[in-house]
Design a protein around this ligand. Structure first.
Ligand SMILES: O=P(O)(O)OC[C@H]1O[C@](O)(CO)[C@@H](O)[C@@H]1O
Length: 182
């Protein structure tokens, strides 16, 4: 099998462990018209940013924690916190702080028993391999958390499809939100 086929097989094996109904529920929680904040470090942070960009194109009011123009988070807001391991301190701390403020916190992680999952209101588990290669993680030929990153990206795109459906946003509406100064 080629490397590309192997990667696709790895992603497929993880996707088969995810219940799409749970992904739809994650999208439904984002529809409430609330402000959405996303957070994650490093690679997981990049996945968070790509998710935020897609949600913006779909009409959401969305912010990335730590960016220059990100406002204060409040009790009426939603936080999506992404960490493959569920142990990255800055992400756990952000989730704890947001929960303390009354935010609805969705943890996107491989580990439903992690500190991040504990701090969250809801856990969306993506049972992919992380950089820690814990015993129960699925096998991967890819280094670090690549498999988690890829699967998270696909799960976020699935959430975006549900989100678009629920909010009546089609390609044309999304295109109208796309940058016109590039
Ligand atoms: O997804 P996690 O477990 O929070 O890990 C994030 C960290 O791991 C890496 O993805 C890889 O070491 C870093 O880019 C990032 O700082």
């Amino acid at each position: 099998m080629s490397y590309m086929e192997t990667i696709l097989e790895e992603i497929k094996s993880v996707s088969q462990l995810i219940d799409e109904a749970e992904v739809k529920q994650a999208a439904q929680r984002l529809v409430a018209g609330k402000r959405i904040f996303v957070t994650g470090e490093g690679r997981s942070g990049l996945m968070a940013k790509s998710f935020a960009m897609r949600l913006m194109h779909l009409g959401a009011e969305v912010y990335v924690i730590g960016e220059t123009i990100t406002p204060a988070i409040g009790g009426d807001d939603l936080l999506v916190a992404i960490s493959g391991s569920g142990t990255t301190k800055s992400v756990v701390w952000t989730a704890e702080k947001a929960a303390e403020l009354g935010c609805d916190v969705t943890a996107v992680t491989t580990n439903p028993e992690s500190n991040l999952a504990e701090a969250a209101t809801t856990v969306l588990q993506i049972p992919a391999a992380t950089k820690y290669r814990r015993e129960n993680e699925v096998k991967t030929i890819q280094p670090l958390g690549s498999l988690f990153d890829q699967c998270a990206h696909i799960v976020f795109d699935t959430i975006c499809l549900f989100y678009g459906e629920l909010n009546d946003v089609d390609h044309a509406k999304a295109f109208s939100k796309h940058s016109n100064v590039e």
